[in-house]
Design a protein around this ligand. Structure first.
Ligand SMILES: [Zn+2]
Length: 263
């Protein structure tokens, strides 16, 4: 009897000592009003490869994404990284002067082979409707939960125009606009801006200023150089997909004039 009591006492002392020294206690009864999501952008990519290979690369390689959407009939959505954690999808990237966007974005990869170069020129692979429908549902869900603005849904080519082309000129940004996911200027406004230009293409310095105004990273050189051509091409791949040669032209100027500044 005596022996059992002593054992009990030793156990009780150990328990109390543990509470006093090692037990971290945090009171979560109060919460600040001034807070928001760390996620500011959603970046859309294509995988430049088929489904099985993309899944293998994104799960066991050095790159990753939060979501992967298949291009088969079922358009399965795979979540590979929790939204609260950082995925490695954006690389060297910048938008609105903010860089290293992996830390502040959600990455979505679409299974798509990208393009192939043929004797007749570059041929791009289209995105099936089911895949775009799935993407739109996912974007609406993330936007709502994380409080992300439509203007902050970007392509990899928008945030890294000097080295990336995805999601490419066949990615249907206008369908995202029709679904209310991203803003889009009305065609009548673009037509009006086009007529205002009176057939005169603005100088290259104007294009550089306008592209920077809406968020692109571009050096203000005042000259039509390679970096300017790449950024104009990225802009055209999003808004004026029939021609994305990177040349500063009237129609591109009209589109630029129709877009509000980013906030
Ligand atoms: Zn990409």
């Amino acid at each position: 009897m005596m022996r059992i009591s002593r054992l009990l006492l030793v156990g009780l002392v150990a328990l109390l000592a543990g509470c006093a020294t090692g037990g971290l206690r945090i009171n979560t009864d109060h919460s600040s009003r001034a807070q928001d999501s760390r996620i500011r952008y959603i970046v859309v990519h294509y995988t430049a490869g088929e489904s099985a290979r993309a899944l293998a690369v994104l799960t066991s390689g050095d790159v990753s994404a939060h979501y992967l959407i298949d291009n088969d009939a079922s358009a399965s959505i795979y979540q590979l990284v929790d939204e609260s954690r950082r995925a490695w999808h954006a690389g060297d990237s910048e938008w609105e002067g903010r860089n290293s966007l992996n830390a502040s974005s959600i990455g979505i990869e679409l299974v798509n082979r990208g393009f192939r170069d043929t004797d007749q020129g570059r041929v791009w692979y289209p995105f099936p409707q089911a895949q775009i429908d799935a993407l739109i549902l996912l974007l609406k869900d993330i936007k709502q939960r994380q409080g992300i603005r439509g203007e902050h849904i970007l392509g990899h080519s928008d945030i890294a125009p000097q080295r990336k082309l995805d999601p490419g000129p066949l990615f249907p940004w206008h369908k995202l606009a029709e679904a209310g996911v991203i803003p889009w200027p009305p065609q009548a406004l673009v037509d009006h801006r086009l007529s205002q230009l009176g057939g005169i293409v603005p100088p290259v310095s104007w294009f550089q200023e306008q592209l920077a105004r809406i968020g692109y990273t571009i050096d203000q050189t005042g000259e039509f150089d390679e970096q300017t051509k790449n950024v104009i091409a990225a802009f055209q791949m999003r808004y004026r997909q029939t021609l994305f040669d990177g040349q500063p032209d009237l129609e591109t100027a009209a589109w630029l004039m129709s877009l509000p500044a980013q906030q």
